[in-house]
Structures are given as structure tokens and as C-alpha cells.
Design a protein around this ligand. Structure first.
Ligand code: GAR
Length: 203
């Protein structure tokens, strides 16, 4: 069966990568296959997850390459070498330039741990997003999957899911609830949606 080749870009723990791997195993993702994991952090636990699932991984370090441009050129080389159809940013903590995002227009998706347009954009990543939501006092937060363009967290929204904020929540507790109830669900579903469109176009 014709499938879209998925590359997942990671930086840390990789629980969203794991959700994608599990979704491919269970058939939630049926039109795509994760064929490459790229990390910009050599110590990312996500690399272990890729290894355990038998998925090829690459580490691309900005520090070793010297500039954002050289870093992105290397990412492009690694991704194009693997004949990738869709790039999933799953906890990838590096903002990509317009040159990179234009190279893969409508081919990059990202999961963000809030309901965009709240608590998003430059500086809002990881726990900082949940700290800001709790400091503001919102009663509902959630997650968003969106296309990636040159504006951080500014591309077209694919899916969103709301998650209740409870009394006594800390950033860590809220992060975990948003991952479990929203991110790990809507990221695989969004990925499958885009993969099925890519497969239709390929036929
Ligand atoms: C996730 O909550 C993801 O939404 C967030 O980082 C975490 C990565 O966790 N991403 C961002 O904040 C991007 N702006 P993971 O490595 O366990 O998937």
C-alpha cells in the first residue's frame, strides 16, 4: 500500500513521538509510515524511542554546524535524502526560518500545548506555556496542531482540543493532562489526515 513517509523532529522526551509510533502500530495512522526521526539534541530520550521502534534516527546539532542557516541546510539534506513527504514537529524546540518553511510549504505540522492564539509564539514552549496559562487564570487550555509557516505558531490550524484547568494545577500537572487528553490524540489524528491527503495526491 502506498504510504506517506513521515519524519518526526524532536528535542526532548519524545512522548508525542511515542504517540505517533503507537498510532502507526494500532492503525490510527494507516496512510503514513514514520521512516525518520531527527533530533537537535544528542541526549534526547526521543532517540531511544526511535531505536526501540526500529526507526532510523539522525542528530543534527546547530552548535556543531555554526549557524542557523547551516543547521537548516543539513536538516534539508537529511530530510530530502530520506524522501520525506511530511515533517512532524513533536516537541522540536527550534524556530525554523522562512527559507526552511517555504521549502516544505504545507508539509510541516506542529503540536503546540495551548489553544492558539493564546499562549503561543516566540518564547512560549514547553512548561512556559502552562505557566503562562495558569498565571493568566484561564479555566480552559488545550492543544493545537497546525501547519508551520514563517510565523511561530502562526500557520493554519488543523485540529484543536480543549482541556479543563482544575484547582491546584501546577504547570507540570497541567502539561501532563494536556498531553494525555489532547496532544497524544490530535497529533496522530492530524498526521493521518495529512498523510491520507498526500497519498491521494500521489495516486
Ligand atoms: C509537548 O508538550 C509539546 O506540545 C511542546 O513540548 C512538549 C514536548 O514533549 N511543544 C512546544 O512547546 C512547541 N512550541 P515531548 O517531547 O514529550 O513530545
Amino acid at each position: 500500500m502506498l504510504k506517506a513517509n513521515i519524519a518526526v523532529l524532536v528535542s526532548g522526551g519524545g512522548t508525542n513521538l511515542q504517540a505517533l509510533i503507537d498510532a502507526e502500530k494500532s492503525g490510527i495512522i494507516s496512510n503514513g509510515s514514520i521512516t525518520l526521526v531527527v533530533s537537535n539534541n544528542a541526549n534526547a530520550y526521543a532517540l531511544e524511542r526511535a531505536k526501540n521502534a526500529g526507526i532510523k534516527s539522525r542528530v543534527v546539532l546547530k552548535s556543531a554546524l555554526g549557524s542557523q542557516e547551516a543547521f537548516e541546510n543539513e536538516l534539508i539534506r537529511v530530510i530530502d535524502d530520506a524522501k520525506i513527504d511530511i515533517i512532524v514537529l513533536a516537541g522540536f524546540m527550534s524556530i525554523l526560518s522562512a527559507k526552511f518553511t517555504k521549502h516544505y510549504e504545507n508539509k510541516i505540522i506542529n503540536v503546540h500545548p495551548s489553544l492558539i492564539p493564546s499562549f503561543c509564539g516566540k518564547g512560549f514552549y514547553g512548561l512556559k506555556v502552562h505557566e503562562a496559562a495558569l498565571a493568566y487564570g484561564v479555566k480552559v487550555s488545550g492543544a493545537t496542531v497546525h501547519f508551520v509557516n514563517e510565523i511561530p505558531d502562526g500557520g493554519k490550524i488543523i485540529m484543536q482540543k480543549a482541556v479543563e484547568i482544575k484547582d491546584g494545577d501546577t504547570p507540570e500537572i497541567l502539561q501532563k493532562r494536556i498531553m494525555e487528553e489532547a496532544e497524544w490524540k490530535i497529533l496522530p489524528l492530524s498526521c493521518e489526515k495529512i498523510c491520507s491527503q498526500i497519498v491521494k495526491e500521489k495516486k
